[in-house]
Design a binder for this molecule. Structure first.
Ligand code: 0L1
Ligand code: MG
Length: 262
């Protein structure tokens, strides 16, 4: 039996307050062990409604758990999806207050901006590529609202897949002539390379993750609007950060993007 609407709204409020107060909370399933994945997306929808009702603007979507290693680790057969709001966008190199989050981590991603609406039951890589206006190096700052960054699939979906902030690089590039799967990425923390990856680490191709997002939204009666910003998924492991840290992602042939924590 699905969780009642009043319970869904109460859980969304709890998660929203945890993010607002930068205070880790216990997993939702501790109190609601019966919560399933459909309930969890209903909580995420309620969280989105709360934020839009508070005046925030939907700027796009994200795919998460997109590496085969993470998918296997979580024992799932599909990535997870979340929403982005415009207030969470940080200018390249601008200061990000670490204390406003609980335990932030940074992921290097390929950011995608759409030029046409996207979404169909059988959306695939070609449909995604045709809908892309430009791509750009991006960083996602994830911050689980759960204590110790510990959760399972339904809990992380309810928590909007740990979405917290994102940084969009300043050098947009047309997708024509670019092989997104072949893009090589190096991630530096405080001047030292700490991780590397490539586009293929994202479900084999970043557009495959966006296609999965488009199919997910289509199944829920929604599409990706033209002009949306999409975080396609991490190309390497997430890097834990604190005040004073600087993380740079360098994408060969595409430029770089920086997150500076204070
Ligand atoms: O964006 C991501 O891949 C993160 C998804 C949620 C899992 C996590 O917080 O590590
Ligand atoms: Mg991510």
């Amino acid at each position: 039996m699905p969780l009642p609407a009043s319970t869904i709204d109460a859980i969304a409020q709890r998660l929203d307050h945890a993010a607002r107060d930068a205070r880790g909370i216990r997993m939702v399933s501790d109190e609601h062990p019966e919560m399933d994945v459909a309930d969890a997306y209903a909580v995420q929808d309620a969280l989105r409604r709360r934020r839009l009702a508070a005046g925030l603007r939907l700027s796009g979507f994200k795919a998460g758990l997109t590496s085969l290693a993470k998918i296997r680790q979580m024992g799932v057969d599909s990535p997870v999806f979340g929403f982005l709001t415009a207030d969470a966008a940080i200018a390249d190199g601008a200061e990000i207050r670490a204390a406003a989050m609980i335990h932030p981590r940074v992921e290097a991603e390929i950011g995608i901006v759409t030029k046409t609406p996207l979404g169909s039951a059988d959306c695939g890589i070609d449909e995604v590529l045709a809908a892309i206006d430009h791509v750009v190096p991006a960083l996602e700052i994830i911050d689980s609202r759960y204590q110790d960054f510990k959760f399972d699939l339904r809990n992380v979906i309810a928590d909007n897949t740990s979405a917290a902030r994102y940084v969009v690089g300043l050098a947009p590039a047309p997708v024509t002539g670019l092989d997104l799967a072949a893009l090589e990425v190096e991630i530096e923390k405080n001047g030292e390379v700490v991780a590397s990856g490539n586009g293929a680490a994202v479900l084999g191709h970043p557009a495959a993750a966006v296609a999965a997002l488009a199919r997910h939204l289509h199944a829920r009666g929604e599409r990706i609007a033209a002009g949306s910003f999409i975080l396609s998924g991490a190309v390497a492991e997430a890097i834990a950060v604190q005040a004073g840290d600087v993380v740079v992602s360098r994408v060969a042939g595409l430029g770089s993007v920086q997150a500076r924590f204070a």
